[in-house]
Design a protein around this ligand. Structure first.
Ligand SMILES: Nc1ncnc2c1ncn2[C@@H]1O[C@H](COP(=O)(O)OP(=O)(O)O)[C@@H](O)[C@H]1O
Ligand SMILES: [Mg+2]
Length: 190
């Protein structure tokens, strides 16, 4: 039965309520360029094949719409994380498995996000790619701009990133392939 007490209609009723198929919030945090979006999208594809209903909430895309009024000051970052967490909560309650790909640099706000969810429903994934690698990748040229002093409040250069203390999963995309990282996260879901 589904969370609404109705039979599931998406093809996985036969596997019942295995924990692996419960809705989750997979919160992917890390420096810009660490590989969050890549991991979240790859996870979404894999979860879809496993019969889940995945949805990716990507920080960059949300800043084009839901959060377009927010900048990168500390107060705005806090509000950004709060909004994304609230949306993720609504989606998980609707039965989806949500991947949040968001720098989300501050420990306190990630813990506030976690507190919205039931035990075991929130999976924090730390994309722990070294700063030097992220800066070398610099897919959007942001690190270079920050180093030139053209960008203030850029995480990793002139705005702090607080690493998770006890994430459910940690991946380093400088040494792990995308598929290895996906496998690592999936092990937390079973
Ligand atoms: N596991 C990986 N191995 C090698 N390169 C990766 C891996 N994951 C991401 N990348 C590369 O790193 C860059 C940044 O990835 P992206 O997912 O956009 O990072 P973020 O969303 O954290 O800013 C991209 O060029 C992407 O192709
Ligand atoms: Mg991204």
């Amino acid at each position: 039965m589904s969370f609404l007490g109705l039979p599931r209609v998406f093809g996985f009723a036969e596997v019942g309520e295995r924990p692996a198929l419960q809705p989750k919030c997979i919160w992917v945090t890390g420096l810009p360029g660490a590989g969050k979006t890549t991991l979240a999208n790859a996870l979404g594809q894999r979860l879809h094949k496993l019969g889940r209903l995945p949805c990716v909430l990507d920080g960059d895309l949300l800043r084009l719409g839901l959060c377009r009024d927010l900048g990168f000051s500390e107060a705005d970052r806090i509000e950004n994380i709060r909004r994304v967490a609230e949306v993720a909560k609504l989606m998980v309650d609707a039965g989806l498995t949500v991947m949040v790909a968001l720098v989300s640099p501050f420990h306190a706000q990630r813990e506030t996000a976690r507190a919205l969810f039931s035990d075991g429903e929130f999976i924090e994934v730390f994309v722990d790619t070294p700063l030097e690698v992220c800066e070398h990748r610099d897919p959007k040229g942001m690190y270079a701009r920050a180093r030139r002093g053209q960008l203030k409040d850029f995480t990793g250069i002139n705005s702090r990133y607080e690493p998770p203390g006890h994430p459910e999963a940690r991946v380093d995309t400088s040494v792990m392939s995308v598929e290895e990282s996906v496998d690592r996260v999936l092990r937390c879901l079973t």
